[in-house]
Design a protein around this ligand. Structure first.
Ligand code: MRU
Length: 345
């Protein structure tokens, strides 16, 4: 069966066209990001989200934002480039892909120190497009490697959204599942709701159902019971940042799933492209964890769910220690967490 996936982000007529993921699943809408303010707002409010998609939106967004500045004197144009890159970089701290993608564009600017504004802009556009294309390819390769760990009839529990909506291609942790479906295998997906912003129930369920796959939504707190009672073969999640010792930052709740999977003897697998790896950090303790606004917990989706002024712990991500991760699936193959330094080369 041929799989058709949504395109979370793409270049369209001088702007970055994204699916506004805050509307899903009730409504489908696309918006164009033209100015740096649009890009910053869209990333911060999770209209575009998921580590690889954030990196792509940041790169294309920087290029789009610079278009009106082409007539500035070269020194001012380059100053704008640095200013916009900094503003976009500050939107979300945990996903490695954001700073990684922007650094690639800044490296182009450094290498083309004497280029005209137009030449530099063209080179930045080509680099941003390459980041997008490479991500599409990495997703497919992750899918091919991950497929070796699946079988027809498997039940996979996943968290958050790691599919087409989170990437430039068919996803990371969902990529092997899409490829299994392409081969005609039946894979049952258990998608945790993913409190508080519901990326699992709103986005994973939407994109898998749309592709004709078998998906069941469960509350985050039902995950351990599902492992006990529903015959889960694998837990497969994505990553926002994988650091040198193999610790993995991912959506809040991932750590608890890893503990529950270990208790039940179920393999816990992480799928991530090399753009999500950060070898500059020795361990997960050094990862900056994004804290979201308290109202996402107290009044999510416009509905009051806690007293107005009650203090909340609103970390958007947690860190799963390497010893709870059975394998990391990358575009370059499948690694044990202690083996990932091989990727550095
Ligand atoms: O806050 P989000 O929705 O951007 O968080 C996304 C995740 O945690 C994903 O699991 C991660 O980025 C991997 S996506 C391929």
């Amino acid at each position: 069966m041929a799989i058709e996936v949504p395109r979370a982000v793409r270049w369209h007529d001088g702007a970055v066209r994204i699916i506004d993921q805050t509307l899903l699943p009730g409504e489908y809408g696309e918006i164009d990001l033209v100015q740096v303010e649009d890009v910053v707002e869209a990333i911060r409010s999770l209209r575009v989200r998921g580590a690889p998609a954030i990196g792509i939106a940041a790169a294309l967004g920087l290029v789009a934002s610079l278009r009106p500045d082409l007539r500035l004197p070269p020194a001012e144009f380059r100053a704008r480039l640095l200013e916009y890159a900094q503003r976009i970089r500050e939107t979300r701290p945990t996903a490695a892909n954001l700073a990684w993608a922007l650094s690639r564009l800044l490296a182009i600017a450094e290498a083309k120190a004497s280029a005209s504004n137009e030449e530099l802009w063209d080179a930045l556009y080509r680099e941003a497009t390459a980041i997008h294309e490479e991500d599409r390819e990495m997703c497919r390769r992750i899918g091919e490697h991950g497929l070796k760990l699946l079988h027809d009839g498997a039940t996979v529990l996943t968290h958050c959204n790691t599919g087409a909506l989170a990437t430039g291609g068919i996803g990371t942790a969902l990529a092997p599942i899409y490829l299994a479906a392409e081969r005609g295998w039946h894979v049952r997906v258990l998608a945790t709701e993913t409190r508080p912003l519901l990326q699992g129930s709103r986005l994973t369920a939407w994109e898998l159902q749309r592709a004709g796959l078998d998906v069941t939504v469960l509350t985050d707190s039902a995950a351990a019971a599902a492992m006990d009672r529903l015959g889960v073969d694998l837990v497969m999640v994505g990553a926002d940042r994988v650091v040198a010792n193999g610790d993995v930052a991912n959506k809040i709740g991932t750590y608890g799933l890893a503990i529950a999977a270990r208790h039940h003897g179920i393999p816990f697998l992480v799928a991530a492209p090399s753009s999500s790896f950060d070898f500059s950090l020795a361990s997960g303790e050094e990862i900056s964890i994004e804290e979201r606004g308290a109202d996402e917990l107290r009044a999510g989706f416009g509905c009051q769910t806690a007293p107005d002024d009650v203090p909340v712990y609103s970390a958007a991500f947690d860190v799963t220690p390497a010893h709870l991760v059975d394998a990391i699936i990358t575009e370059k193959g499948i690694f044990k967490p202690h083996e990932i330094s091989r990727l550095r080369r």
